[in-house]
Design a protein around this ligand. Structure first.
Ligand code: HEC
Length: 117
C-alpha cells in the first residue's frame, strides 16, 4: 500500500468504514438468526409433526404418539442426544443432516430448550 498521498488515508478511511459496516451487518444478521432463524426453521420443518409449541398437538403428532418436546423426558436429555436425533433421525423421525447445517441443528436444540415450561 502506498502512503505518499492523503488519498491513501481517505481510502483507508473508506475501507475501515466498509469493514465496520460489514461487521455490524454480520452481527445484526446473526442476532436475527438466533432470534428468528431457529423458530422459522422449526415451523417449516418440524411443526407438522411436533406442533408449533412442541406439544405434538397435530394430527401427525397424535398418530405418531409423540411426547411433547417441552416434557421432562425430552428436556432431561443432553444437547448432544437431541442433536443426534435431529441429525440422524430415529425410527419415524426423519434425519435432517442433509437438509440443515450443524449450526442450524444446534440452534434448533436451543429452540427446543426455549419450549420448556
Ligand atoms: C415426519 C414427522 C417428524 C418431523 C417432520 C420431525 N420429527 Fe422429530 N420426531 C418424530 C418422531 C416420530 C419422533 C420419535 C422418535 C422415537 O423416539 O421413536 C421424533 C423425535 C424427536 C426428538 C426426540 C424427542 C423424544 O421424545 O425423545 C426431537 C428432539 C425431535 N424429534 C426434534 C425434531 C426437530 C427439531 C425437527 C425439525 C427439524 C423434527 N423433529 C421433525 C417425528 C418427526
Amino acid at each position: 500500500m502506498r502512503k505518499n498521498s492523503t488519498g491513501g488515508l481517505t481510502l483507508d478511511g473508506v475501507a475501515l468504514q466498509r469493514l465496520v459496516a460489514s461487521i455490524l451487518l454480520t452481527l445484526l444478521l446473526s442476532a436475527y438468526a438466533l432470534a428468528d432463524g431457529a423458530s422459522d426453521t422449526y415451523k417449516a420443518k418440524c411443526s407438522a409433526c411436533h406442533g408449533v409449541n412442541g406439544a405434538a398437538d397435530t394430527m401427525i403428532g397424535k398418530n405418531l404418539k409423540l411426547r411433547s418436546l417441552a416434557s421432562a423426558e425430552v428436556q432431561n436429555q443432553p444437547d448432544e442426544a437431541l442433536f443426534t436425533i435431529i441429525s440422524k433421525g430415529k425410527n419415524k423421525m426423519p434425519s435432517f443432516d442433509k437438509k440443515l447445517s450443524p449450526d442450524q441443528i444446534r440452534s434448533l436444540v436451543r429452540h427446543i430448550r426455549s419450549l420448556k415450561q
